[in-house]
Design a binder for this molecule. Structure first.
Ligand code: GLP
Length: 244
């Protein structure tokens, strides 16, 4: 769907998530959300906080799994995705802390493989992801699945693309401070979500959105694997959808 602007689009996505949370609660079941960071989902989180405050939307039945985290990364660092999620969502709603999962950027290198395997197990144990929110990077990455990430990839440590590190440079006060690696759910992990909502705003995303939607499916643009998923919504503002 292409919306006039990202604010209206984000409100629609938030309303959809709220409906899902409430529907699951009415059945006495958990709602498992796959969550993303970056500038694309911030307004969705702000709207969810508003729905919590003003309309009593409860997150008591929500289990969340974030897509990714820089590596190494301390949770209290300015740039950590733990901090991001607290600031935009978790500190403002009634989600149970034990139901929040974010890849841990402090795991020692020799334990990363085992840690990532357990992250996958926790997703399975929760019943799998009901709805996965995604942004898209200019390299065509989803999560931090940079070019070269195949459809069978699982949660793991990856090396960040040069373009991604350039795009993150301002957050880290210089490209030299951007971590070279990250932990991310794999493309295969993401494709197992029952429903996927990818958001992209602004003219800077128009070219990669076109490649994702209309291009050949290839690991050169990992987001193209979403073409194979039966329930993906691509939510754009007019600028991001301008080349379609
Ligand atoms: C980062 C995140 C991705 C996100 C991408 C796009 O690389 N790890 O998950 O989709 O940035 O970011 P933005 O939404 O700020 O454009």
């Amino acid at each position: 769907s292409i919306y006039a602007d990202s604010e209206v689009a984000s409100a629609a996505v938030a309303a959809q998530i709220a409906d899902l949370i409430r529907a699951r609660a009415a059945e006495g079941r958990p709602c498992v959300l796959g969550l993303a960071t970056g500038s694309s989902p911030t307004r969705v989180y702000e709207e969810l906080v508003r729905l919590h405050r003003e309309e009593g939307l409860s997150f008591q039945n929500v289990i969340s799994f974030n897509l990714d985290e820089y590596y190494p990364m301390q949770p209290d660092s300015l740039q950590s995705y733990v901090r991001f999620m607290r600031e935009y969502l978790f500190d403002h709603v009634d989600i149970k802390p034990e139901n929040v999962h974010i890849p841990d950027g402090t795991v020692p290198p020799e334990q990363v493989a085992e840690y990532c395997r357990r992250y996958e197990e926790q997703i399975q144990a929760a019943g799998g992801i009901d709805l996965q929110l995604l942004g898209i990077g200019r390299t065509g990455h989803i999560g931090f699945n940079e070019p070269g990430s195949g459809p069978a990839s699982r949660t793991r440590m990856i090396t960040l693309d040069h373009v991604t590190r350039t795009d993150a440079a301002s957050d880290f006060y210089g490209e030299e401070n951007v971590p070279r690696r990250a932990l991310t759910m794999g493309v295969g992990t993401i494709l197992e979500a029952r429903q996927i909502v990818l958001m992209a705003w602004g003219e800077g995303k128009a070219a990669v959105v076109k490649r994702m939607v209309e291009g050949e499916v290839t690991d050169t643009v990992p987001a193209t694997y979403l073409q194979r998923h039966p329930a993906v919504q691509v939510v754009l503002d007019e600028a991001a959808g301008a080349e379609l």
